[in-house]
Structure formats: C-alpha cells, structure tokens
Ligand binder design. Structure first.
Ligand code: AMP
Ligand code: MG
Length: 486
C-alpha cells in the first residue's frame, strides 16, 4: 500500500526550534473516529487509512515516508506569566502534507507520549478530551471559523491516570501550521537573530507569500497576523465561543483557532462568562477575549522587535503604531458580524447592537436562540424572539428601533432572512450535551458522540424532532466547569 508522502520543511529550515522525537509505543491503537472530509481534502485514501498499517501511521507508530517527527519548541505567557520553555510536551509534528493543488498542512499528534518538553506531565491524553477537540473544532469549521482540524482520534489501548483511570487516546491534527506567538517568543529568547529572521521568513512563506517582496516584509507579516486575529476574535464573539486558555502558546500566526482545552460556547448571555476551572480570575472570560488577543499580539511584537528596526526605540515606535490599530480592526469585524446576525445594513451603527446585549444580559437570554429567532422577525413574525424575554416591553422598545433600522435596508427581506439563517446557527456544541456524549464515549458508547457531531457540523439545519438539542442547560443546573486536565 502507498502511504502518503510527507515533507519536512519545518525541520529543514528551522533548526533550533524543535527536538527530534518518536511517538511512544502504544499497546493497541484502534481508530475511533476518522474525519473523511479532511482525509479526502488531503488526498488520503480512506480505505488505506483504515487498515491496521494506516492506523499505525496515523498514531505515529509507523513513519510515513518523508516524516521526520519532532517536538516543536515554544515559549509562552500562561495566564500572564512567562514560561521560557513550554513546547510540545505530549505532541509531535510528523511532517507536512502538500496537496496536489499546492496547499501545505502540518500533520501533528497530540497525546503521543512524553517529550523533552514534558515537564511534570505524562505525555498522554484521555479519550474524552481528544474527542472534545474533534467535536468542537469540527463544529467551528462548520460555522466557518478558521480552526485546526481533527483528522482522527485513535484509542491507544492504554489506561491513563487523571482524576480517575481513563482510556487513553491520541488526536491526529491538521493545521495550516503550528507556528504560535510562543514560537516567536522562543526564537527571540535564544538571542539568535538569524533564527528569528528565518522563522519570520518561514511564516511569510507559509501564510503570506504576497508580502515577501514588500519593503518591510516582517512588519507586513505582523500586520497580517494582527488582522487575522482581529477577524478571528470577531467570529468567536459572534457565536459565543470562549477559548478558555488564550495563552500566547495557544495563539497561532495563521489565525486558526488552536488547542481546544476547557473551551465552551456560552448559552445565556453574560459578558463575564468563564467555564475553565483553572481561570479563577476570569482573565479569559468571554468579553475579555479581544483585549487578551491584543495583549498577546503585544508579546508577539516584543519578540519581533529586532526585525522591525535596528534601533530599539524606533522598533518599538513602529510596532506600537501597528498594534494600536487592533481595536479598530476588531470593532470593524465585530460590527460586520453583528450586522449580519441581525439582518442590518452596514450603515447601522453599533449602538443598536450594544443595547440588545444589555437586554440579553439583564434577562439571561440564550445567545444562539435569540439571534436565530431574528430571521423570523425579518419575515414578519417577531414572536419567537419575544418569547425569549421575560420583560417584553423592554424588548419591544428595542424591536421598534431595530424595525426602523431594517426599514433603511434596500435589500430584499427574503434574501436577508435566508442569509441570517446561514450565519446564525441553530446548533452549537452546548456544553451539557458535549459532556454527556463524552461520558458515554468514555464508557464505550460512541453513538451519542457521532449523533451530536452530525448535528453540530450541520449547525444551520433545524431539527424540529430534537428540540432539546437547541436548548440551553436548565437554569438550575450547576454552573458548568471544564477542566484543563486534558
Ligand atoms: P495546553 O495548556 O494544553 O496548551 O498545554 C500547555 C503546555 O503543557 C504545553 O507545553 C503542553 O505540551 C504541555 N502539556 C499539557 N498536557 C501535558 C501532558 N499530559 N504531558 C506533558 N505535557 C503536557
Ligand atoms: Mg497549547
């Protein structure tokens, strides 16, 4: 059989930013979930991937031709505190797939055993968190949000120790690259300017080849990263996504969402919503995310300073000027997202949106349900939206203003309502549903997981026969906590 050929450009070009490493040997790797769409897009042969040899390759037990597995080095600010040496503690870059049409993707393992970067960890992963990353990253992709993808989840045949003994698993992940803000921090901290410049050139080549010929390509790269993150954050906010661990090592240069740990989708709107059990200070709460993104981008600028100008003060001035464009960039993307969600023309300002958020918060209204209901209002029936509010008068007053704004819209209302139904999902991976299917999967029953995966990867399709899947958790349920013990 012909296994896919990998390239190793990261290894060839970025010596100093990795440690060559091998995956641990696992007693019994078995395919739990294979992502047919991703495999197909990469040009992989599905039947071959399903053979024992294919599964062993997906689990890093057998090297694909051309593969030079490495643990990637990176640093990072975790909850604001700098760690000079994080890196792939339990992950490996197997190599890069180059598709027939010339696109390059990293093939990466998570849960593949301890590496030199492992510190206190066991290098392993449990089946629940790996399925969680699969489920949520696929939901994000279906929502049109840039993200790493999950190619496969494989059980290892091991039992691993967390709070309880759990079945072990690993994730085979695909990304347009695994370059992180923390990769630049690590390169900068080596003091090797040539390495930093090679990293930046590599990032340009992979993500923004069009800026290579500009007079200041490194600054152009930085500006592109800022822009991609501003757009990404606006999309997160639009669907109520809370990443949970926005450390600089979990922020990509590509603008893809990465590292799904204690992330979750908000149900009832509250800007201070936090799910992660370790985020006790609420640093990464829903409404803080754009500000944290900017903070992380300031750390990226610090790392890149020597590339911007020889003279430090001049470099800081140049970087600051670009960094300060982030709030406006973010707000512009956010307003675009919110106008689309509410069926408003681009001429309507943010005040109307802000005033709706005040109502949603005061009345604990479900984010996803409210926006989805607004397409009915465009079609002439505001009752589904009104039903979500206990103080109808307050909502009606807002609705009158929304109707006035709508009246200025020259577009055909049917087209607007249809577009809203393709931007406002019915189904997000609601935490209480996700936790239930992960519990079942951990106990050996994968069917509920696959059922929910089908629902959240078709997020705009209503399921009138399954209304419970579109409901928030019962209000008296204990506040959900997601754990980082992934
Ligand atoms: P995360 O918060 O999952 O992004 O991980 C932060 C850092 O901890 C990274 O360097 C990971 O490689 C490392 N890490 C997380 N879990 C483990 C584990 N079980 N064993 C070794 N390293 C780990
Ligand atoms: Mg991480």
């Amino acid at each position: 059989m012909t296994l896919p050929q990998l390239d190793d450009s990261y290894v060839r070009l970025l010596h100093g930013l990795y440690e060559p490493w091998q995956a641990a040997e696992f007693p019994d790797p078995q395919l739990l979930v294979l992502n047919d769409a991703v495999a197909g897009d990469l040009g992989f042969d599905l039947d071959e991937l399903r053979t024992p040899q294919g599964v062993r390759a997906l689990a890093g037990q057998e090297l694909l031709p051309g593969s030079v597995p490495v643990a990637m080095a990176y640093a990072g600010h975790q909850f604001g505190n700098y760690s000079p040496r994080l890196g792939d503690g339990r992950a490996l870059l197997l190599g890069e797939v180059v598709t027939d049409d010339g696109r390059r993707f990293d093939l990466h393992l998570k849960g593949s055993g301890r590496t030199r970067f492992a510190r206190g960890g066991d290098g392993k992963a449990a089946v629940g968190p790996m399925l969680r990353e699969h489920q949520i990253s696929e939901a994000m992709h279906a929502l049109g949000i840039p993200t790493t993808r999950s190619l496969a989840v494989i059980t290892t045949g091991e039992t691993i120790t967390r709070d309880a003994l759990l079945p072990g698993a690993l994730l085979t992940r695909v990304a347009s690259s695994h370059l992180r803000v923390g990769t630049f921090q690590f390169a900068a901290a080596t003091g090797d300017l040539d390495l930093l410049a090679r990293l930046a050139a590599y990032a340009i080549d992979r993500h923004h080849p069009e800026v290579a010929d500009e007079s200041t390509p490194y600054l152009a790269l930085y500006t592109e990263v800022l822009e991609a993150q501003a757009a990404l954050l606006a999309q997160w906010m639009g669907v109520g996504f809370i990443h949970g661990v926005m450390n600089t090592d979990n922020m990509t240069i590509s603008g893809e969402t990465i590292d799904y740990g204690p992330c979750a989708f908000m149900d009832r709107y509250h800007p201070g919503t936090v799910f992660s059990s370790i985020d006790t200070g609420g640093r990464y709460a829903y409404a803080n995310q754009p500000g944290i993104a900017q903070w992380n981008l300031a750390r990226l600028a610090e790392a890149m300073l020597p590339l911007f100008a020889d003279e430090p003060d001049a470099a800081v001035a140049i970087a600051t000027e670009v960094l300060q464009t982030f709030p406006d960039r973010y707000r512009a993307h956010w307003l675009d997202v919110m106008q689309a969600k509410l069926g408003l023309p681009a001429t309507v300002g943010r005040e109307l949106v802000d005033d709706l958020l005040v109502l949603l918060e005061a009345q604990s209204v479900d984010w996803t349900q409210c926006f989805r209901a607004m397409s009915s209002a465009v079609r002439g029936d505001a009752e589904p939206a009104r039903d979500l509010f206990f103080d109808r008068d307050a909502f009606d007053a807002w609705l009158d203003r929304w109707r006035d704004a709508r009246a200025t819209d020259p577009r055909d209302p049917t087209g607007v309502a249809d577009a809203m139904d393709r931007t406002n999902p019915v189904h997000i991976p609601r935490n209480h549903l996700v936790e239930n299917v992960l519990d079942a999967a951990t106990a050996g029953d994968l069917a509920p997981f696959l059922d929910l995966l089908d629902v959240v990867t078709n997020p705009y399709d209503a399921r009138p026969d399954r209304p419970e899947l579109a409901q928030p958790a019962p209000q008296d349920a204990p506040a959900h906590r997601t754990f980082c013990g992934t």
